[in-house]
Write a protein that binds this ligand. Structure first.
Ligand code: HAM
Length: 414
């Protein structure tokens, strides 16, 4: 029986991987220009970490985590997101003691047991960036600007920035009460999960896909109940975004599916993505470091869904990337051909060699298949003349070039 990949877990094959490399390369460049440093984290964490950070009544924790006991009976989870892990590492290594402010990023796979569909997978990849120890709304504006620059680099257009404020520990309880008052009259209409959420975490009802649009749209909005300090923070953010020319839409219904958010939340949506239209999302989590046992320090960040991003970009023009193909004519030429191929690679010239002692004709076909511009043929005659026959695959002409001049020749002719 042929063994296939697990449902929702995808192979990413070449040449698609080139787009992934491009996205990663541009993201690293932009993030590092903004002062972010890479952090590498395990993909397996103690299950508690996510229950305590993302929240026990969220869909992610209730329904979507890959949690199991390991051989020693410890409950562990394949990370569904990276923010909790970054905050754990920041606390565990006392990073805040050296410098409260940390700008960290990581790139890698996340795991959620969701129903797979276009743009939604059980293993997916995120580019995740966090700023720890900064309360200033300048940082909120900075990360949104950073995302704009990255999308510009990738020539992505038509991305809408939706922003909202979810208040803080001072004003959220007031909003929570207002929300409970509102939903009390509608408890007969909401799903069984939401009746439970009503008691435990009424804000989660606002993120439920089962409830009618009208019910949620008529509910009180958090943004109308935030305290003056949160309002100032939000107004400052909007002012900075305007000054930077980053356009945005205030979206009162944006509550996000994770419980740790305070104040700013945002989503970047693309109309080209279909039902799963969020390309990136994030916000502030000013209580999370403290809730996970660290000092009382704020934080914010975002994650980009790489599968969704890659699906929107086009392959870059492949200039100068056609490999040279070295063809050994017969057994005796293989050593020289191998040496030549290695020295071309060392010089930074892409190069492949013809294997298997096949005929000149079949190796020429291979050179064509690889889209080579040059075929370098080495047989006994070439070896005796310390030269190589160089065939231009587009024009069809062929020349004998001394081995010592080959790099120069290829560079000049390219
Ligand atoms: P999130 O909204 O759960 O936030 O995920 C961020 C992005 O990851 C989404 O906008 C989407 O592009 C992508 N994504 C999520 N789930 C899937 C899936 N099943 N398949 C494909 N792509 C998916 C977070 O994860 C937060 N940790 C973001 C954050 C960072 N907030 C503060 N810092």
């Amino acid at each position: 029986m042929v063994i296939k990949a697990v449902r929702g877990f995808n192979d990413i094959l070449p040449p698609q991987t080139e787009l992934w490399q491009l996205v990663e390369e541009k993201a690293r460049m932009v993030l590092e220009n903004f002062g972010f440093q890479e952090i590498k984290l395990p993909i397996l964490e103690r299950a508690d970490l996510f229950a305590r950070s993302i929240g026990g009544t969220t869909d992610i924790v209730e329904k979507e985590m890959y949690t199991f006991t390991d051989r020693r009976g410890e409950l562990v989870t394949l990370r569904p997101e990276a923010t909790a892990s970054i905050v754990r590492a920041y606390i565990e290594h006392g990073m805040y003691a050296r410098d409260e402010q940390a700008k960290l990023y990581c790139i890698g796979p996340m795991f959620r047991y969701e129903r797979p569909q276009k743009g939604r997978y059980r293993q997916f990849h995120q580019i995740n960036a966090e700023i720890l120890g900064v309360a200033d709304p300048l940082a909120d504006a900075e990360v949104l600007q950073l995302l704009t620059l990255l999308f510009d680099e990738l020539k992505l257009t038509n991305v809408e920035f939706q922003i909202n404020s979810l208040g803080c520990s001072a004003c959220r309880p007031i909003y929570r009460r207002r929300l409970k008052d509102y939903f009390q009259a509608h408890l007969g209409e909401v799903c069984a999960d939401c009746r439970r959420r009503y008691e435990l975490n009424p804000l989660r009802i606002m993120d439920c896909k089962q409830e009618s649009r009208e019910l949620l749209e008529s509910a009180p909005a958090c943004i109308d109940h935030i305290c003056p300090a949160c309002r100032d923070h939000f107004e400052s953010l909007k002012g900075y975004l305007q000054a930077l020319g980053v356009s945005y839409r205030v979206t009162p219904g944006l509550v996000r599916g994770l419980d740790y958010y305070t104040r700013t939340t945002f989503e970047l949506v693309s109309s080209r993505l279909g039902a799963q239209n969020a390309l990136a999302a994030g916000g502030r989590y000013d209580q999370l470091v403290k809730e996970l046992g660290g000092p009382d320090l704020p934080g914010l960040g975002f994650a980009i869904g790489m599968e969704r991003l890659v699906s929107l970009i086009s392959p870059p023009a492949k200039e100068g990337s056609r490999p040279v193909f070295v063809i050994p004519l017969g057994e005796s030429a293989k050593q020289e051909a191998l040496k030549l191929a290695v020295s071309l690679c060392q010089e930074g010239i892409k190069c492949q060699i013809g294997y298997g002692g096949k005929s000149l004709k079949s190796l020429m076909r291979r050179a064509q298949k690889l889209h080579s511009l040059w075929a370098l043929i080495i047989g006994e005659e070439e070896i005796s003349k310390k030269s190589v026959s160089v065939k231009n695959m587009d024009r069809g002409d062929q020349q004998l070039v001394p081995l010592g001049e080959i790099f120069q020749y290829l560079r000049k002719e390219r």
